[in-house]
Design a protein around this ligand. Structure first.
Ligand code: SF4
Length: 485
């Protein structure tokens, strides 16, 4: 049995079953996924790099790098009690079955200043919980935490600046110490609940909709769960839970639902897709030739190029399928930036040329509009032409959202959900890069020179294939929708 970690404690506060599963190790068995995607790996590596750079701000800090928790905590305790030691990095604390690691601890008077490092530019409420958990465990170990701050990535950092300028520190002492007091009464309760040999009976909560284990837990064997209802509010969820209703098909007629929600219920109950009256007119408003457009972008904590703020979304590639009519492809135009430099200007000029002057530009979500608008702000001399591109955009995802619903959409109109339902013969399964996060990571690795030379061309081909698949998917979805008009 594991110790109670921050993740276990904070999850158990919301759901004792989840806390128990995490502590018992059952989670690993329930989540069948074995390998991280490229995108997940990149995110973890970014976090590690930010942590490493943060530690560089504390020269002379003693790093606790033992992987064994018991020896790491003993070493930390010894150093904390040594008046000659003023900074401890990655200190480990273990007490009564609880474990915590403190990113940075600096001796301050008779206490310690706790610093938590996050690879984010934005402060978030959940960070208070993270810091409070660590402060609580350190306090239980008998060390006084006198101040607490958060070290975030600074929006003002630019490539080439000193490491000090990569970070912005925010004092959160008051909020964290209040939260520590709120957490303390749960200390024993959570230790006991998560240690009991019998799994606590799961209880349906609004939070279950975002739980990674939902499909193996309370969502198991339930087709069209009430969480598939679009924009389900907490109060409506509470009313349904009060009535003991977990399936959409069991929602009674008189239950108050919005038009869209009622439509989803009807589809599930009748097992028939919904086709809206305006599907035909919205589809026929598309003018030809039509350009199906998809972008990929990259966002990194440490900017890849000069004069760019951390986490700026940089468009790096696009694919366009040009059609003279429904499913009549006449061209596939694509662009992939040279990863060694910022190519946004070149990408923008190519995009303007490739999209011509007339015809609809089909997109699937607001993302492409946002990217083009951001390019317009960046290049005022091109903004008029970019604005006219935005004016030609038609969102196929929104057309589906307004006019078509299939029970297998499970409340989502994401292309990764609608495509396998409407165009089952198309799949991302055989692609080397099969999701946007992994495309972002592959481009970032190219820019950082992480691939061996002989792999570079293959990675670029994989990126082009992935983006092309997205625009081809739109062409096929559009064609399939015309079957219903
Ligand atoms: S699905 Fe709900 S009850 Fe089950 S582990 Fe997750 S949060 Fe807890």
């Amino acid at each position: 049995m594991k110790s109670v970690s921050k993740q276990i404690f904070l999850n158990a506060l919301v759901c004792p079953t989840l806390g128990w599963l995490l502590r018992s190790g059952e989670v690993a068995k329930q989540i069948t996924k074995t390998e991280l995607t490229l995108g997940e790996r990149f995110r973890i590596e970014q976090g590690i790099e930010i942590g490493r750079r943060a530690r560089e701000l504390y020269p002379g800090g003693l790093l606790i790098d033992d992987t064994d928790l018991v020896s790491a905590s003993r070493k930390t305790e010894r150093l904390m009690n040594d008046q000659n030691v003023s900074i401890i990095l990655e200190g480990a604390f273990l007490i009564d079955g609880f474990v915590a690691r403190a990113d940075i601890l600096r001796r301050k008077g008779k206490g310690w200043h706790l610093v938590e490092v996050k690879s984010s530019v934005n402060d978030r409420e959940e960070f208070i919980d993270d810091m409070a958990y660590t402060a609580m465990v350190v306090d239980r170990c008998g060390f006084n935490i006198s101040s607490v701050s958060l070290l975030l990535v600074s929006k003002d950092f630019r490539l080439g600046m000193e490491n000090e300028e990569l970070f912005a520190q925010i004092d959160h002492t008051d909020k964290v110490l209040v939260r520590v007091e709120e957490f303390k009464p749960f200390w024993q309760q959570i230790e006991e609940i998560t240690r009991t040999p019998v799994k606590p009976e799961p209880r349906l909560l609004f939070e279950c909709r975002k739980c990674e284990l939902f499909k193996e837990c309370l969502g198991k064997d339930i087709d069209n769960h009430i969480f598939d209802i679009p924009r389900l509010s907490q109060s409506k969820f509470d009313q349904l839970a009060e009535l003991g209703i977990v399936c959409i098909k069991a929602i009674p007629d008189g239950f108050p639902l919005t038009e869209n929600q009622a439509r989803v219920r009807e589809c599930v109950q009748t097992k028939n897709p919904f086709v809206g009256d305006r599907l035909k007119s919205e589809l026929t408003s598309i003018s030809w030739p039509a350009y199906y457009l998809d972008f990929e972008t990259v966002m990194t904590a440490i900017p890849l190029y000069p004069d760019i703020a951390p986490y700026t979304q940089i468009p790096t590639q696009y694919s366009i399928h040009k059609c003279s009519d429904v499913d009549l492809i006449i061209d596939n135009l694509e662009y992939l930036a040279d990863p060694s430099k910022d190519c946004r200007r070149e990408l923008t000029e190519n995009l303007i040329n490739n999209l011509g002057e007339n015809g609809s530009i089909i997109i699937y979500s607001n993302f492409e509009k946002a990217v083009v608008n951001s390019l317009g702000r960046l290049y005022p001399d091109l903004s008029e032409r970019l604005n006219s591109l935005v004016g030609r955009m038609i969102d196929l995802g929104a057309i589906i959202g307004r006019n078509y619903y299939h029970p297998d959409f499970h409340g989502s109109t994401s292309i990764k959900v609608t495509l396998p339902v409407l165009v089952p013969e198309m799949s991302y399964d055989n692609l080397e890069i099969a999701d946007g996060d992994s495309a972002m990571a592959a481009f970032a690795y190219l820019a950082l020179g992480k691939y061996e030379d002989e792999k570079v061309e293959a990675i670029k081909r994989n990126l082009l294939e992935y983006c092309k698949q997205d625009t081809l998917a739109m062409v096929k979805l559009h064609q399939r929708l015309t079957d219903y008009v």
